[in-house]
Design a protein around this ligand. Structure first.
Ligand code: SF4
Length: 318
C-alpha cells in the first residue's frame, strides 16, 4: 500500500484535482502536490522529453521529477475518454507510459484508467481495481469515489461562478466584475492557468481593469451545444470545449475580444486554431488573438502583444 501519493500540478490537475484528491484521501492515501511550475522544472522536462512534444507534457515531466523524493507513488491516470463518442488527446491516453519512460528512478506510477466509452460495469471495475491498491474494502472504495464526484461537482460550480481553478481550490471569492473591457480566454486549462507558462495572463488582464471569462467558466451544457454547431463532430473532448466557448462568445457577443492560448507542437490546437480563425471571420470579425506558448516564450514579447490587442479593443469601444 502507498502511504503518500504525488499528484503533478500540471495537465489535467486543473480539471480534476478535487475529484482525484478526494478519492485518494478517501482511500487512505496522503496526497502531495508538486510545487508551482518553475523555469527549472521546464528545463528538466524539456531535457527529458522528445523535441516534438508539446510544452504541457514537458512541464508535466518536470513536475514528476519534482515529486521524486516526496511520494511513495505518482498518480498518472490514463484518461482515455470523458464522454461517449469522443476521446481525449492521444498524449493523455499514453501518459503513464510516457511517465515511466522519462526517468527510471521515479516512484511507482499509479495509472487508473478512466474510459467513458466502456460499459458502466467496466468503468467501475477499473475504479475498483485501482482502489484495491489501497484497500480491499469495496464499500470504502465506492464511498471514496462518490465523495470525489461530489467534490468535483462543487468545484465545477465554483469555476462557473467565475473563479479560476486556483481560486476555486483555495476557497477564494470571485474577482469583482465591472471592468472597462471583457475578454474571453480560450484554451486548455494547463495553458491558461499555469502562472508560469501563461506568464500570468489572467492576473495581468485583471490588473488592467479587464474582466476575464474562460472556457471553464461556461456551463458544460453551453459548450456542448455550441460545439454541436460544427458540421462534423470533433474527436477530442477538450478541443470541443475550447471551440464551444469561442462559438458562444461569437454568438452572444458577450466579450469585447478573445485570446486563444495554444501550445506549440500541439496537433489538435493547430487544427482548432484554423477553425476558430475562420469562424471568427465568418461571424463578422470579433477580434481574436492566438497566443502560442512554448518553452522559449518571453514575457516581454507576450506582454507587448497583449497590450497592443487590449489597446485595439479599447479603441474599438470608443
Ligand atoms: S492537447 Fe495538445 S497541448 Fe494538450 S497534451 Fe495534447 S498535444 Fe499537448
Amino acid at each position: 500500500m502507498c502511504a503518500t501519493v504525488g499528484v503533478p500540478q500540471a495537465l489535467l490537475y486543473y480539471k480534476y484535482f478535487p475529484l482525484w484528491s478526494t478519492f485518494l484521501d478517501g482511500l487512505g492515501a496522503e496526497v502531495v502536490v508538486s510545487g508551482a511550475t518553475t523555469k527549472k522544472m521546464i528545463n528538466t522536462g524539456t531535457s527529458l522529453g522528445e523535441n516534438e512534444l508539446c510544452l504541457p507534457v514537458k512541464v508535466f515531466f518536470g513536475h514528476l521529477v519534482d515529486l521524486k523524493d516526496k511520494a511513495d507513488a505518482l498518480f498518472v491516470p490514463r484518461v482515455v475518454s470523458v464522454e461517449k463518442r469522443a476521446y481525449t488527446c492521444p498524449k493523455f491516453l499514453g501518459l503513464p507510459d510516457l511517465a515511466r519512460s522519462v526517468d527510471g528512478s521515479l516512484p511507482d506510477i499509479l495509472d487508473p484508467v478512466f474510459n467513458s466509452r466502456l460499459s458502466r460495469r467496466k468503468y467501475y471495475e477499473a475504479i475498483f481495481d485501482f482502489g484495491k491498491t489501497f484497500t480491499r474494502n469495496k464499500v470504502r472504495i465506492i464511498r471514496a469515489w462518490s465523495a470525489g464526484l461530489t467534490a468535483q461537482k462543487a468545484y465545477e460550480r465554483r469555476l462557473e461562478a467565475g473563479l479560476t481553478p486556483m481560486e476555486a481550490m483555495a476557497g477564494e471569492a470571485a474577482a469583482p466584475a465591472g471592468g472597462s473591457l471583457r475578454i474571453g480566454i480560450a484554451g486548455h486549462p494547463y495553458n491558461i492557468y499555469d502562472p508560469y507558462t501563461s506568464l500570468n495572463l489572467i492576473k495581468k488582464l485583471r490588473q488592467w481593469d479587464i474582466d476575464v471569462v474562460t472556457t471553464e467558466m461556461l456551463p458544460a451544457k453551453v459548450l456542448h451545444k455550441e460545439a454541436g454547431r460544427l458540421p462534423k463532430r470533433l474527436f477530442w473532448s477538450y478541443e470541443q470545449e475550447v471551440v464551444g466557448s469561442v462559438f458562444h462568445w461569437l454568438n452572444t457577443k458577450s466579450v469585447d475580444g478573445i485570446i486563444y492560448v495554444l501550445s506549440f507542437a500541439c496537433g489538435p490546437d493547430s487544427l482548432v486554431q484554423a477553425l476558430l480563425e475562420s469562424e471568427t471571420r465568418r461571424k463578422g470579425g470579433m477580434p481574436l488573438m492566438s497566443l502560442v506558448v512554448d518553452e522559449h516564450s518571453g514575457e516581454a514579447g507576450m506582454i507587448t502583444r497583449v497590450e497592443a490587442f487590449v489597446d485595439m479593443l479599447r479603441w474599438r469601444r470608443q
